[in-house]
Unconditional design. Structure first.
Length: 122
């Protein structure tokens, strides 16, 4: 058993992400778990550029605000109290609704590598 006081650690910003401040709960940095779990604080002007994870999938659990996820074909609005899944290898970009800060938990299995995605994400 282990207590993880994640908000006492310095936040990090993942590659291809901007102003998305992640506090690791499990993963490579804490040297346990075959997954990445983080609490993320994304201000209303934060975003992730189009990217994909060739071997990983995500679950986003929205705690505050509203997140927009776009895979280049579909734009999904994920409100507080809902969750969204991004499949292995699926390109995606992430933003807020432009009005609200977003706080969320992200679970990634296995821990991700970040590769830029090509295509139209407008």
């Amino acid at each position: 058993m282990k207590l993880i006081e994640y908000q006492k650690n310095e936040p990090s910003v993942a590659p291809l992400h901007h102003r998305c401040y992640g506090y690791e709960i499990a993963g490579k940095g804490l040297q346990f778990g075959n997954m990445g779990i983080a609490y993320v604080d994304m201000p209303k002007d934060g975003y992730a550029e189009p990217h994909y994870h060739p071997h990983s999938e995500h679950i986003y659990i929205i705690l505050e605000g509203e997140m927009i996820i776009n895979n280049g074909e579909v734009e999904l609005t994920v409100p507080k109290g809902a969750a969204a899944h991004v499949g292995k290898g699926e390109p995606h970009k992430v933003t807020s609704n432009g009005k609200d800060d977003v706080k969320y938990i992200i679970i990634t299995v296995p821990p991700p590598e970040f590769l830029p995605a090509e295509g139209d994400f407008s």
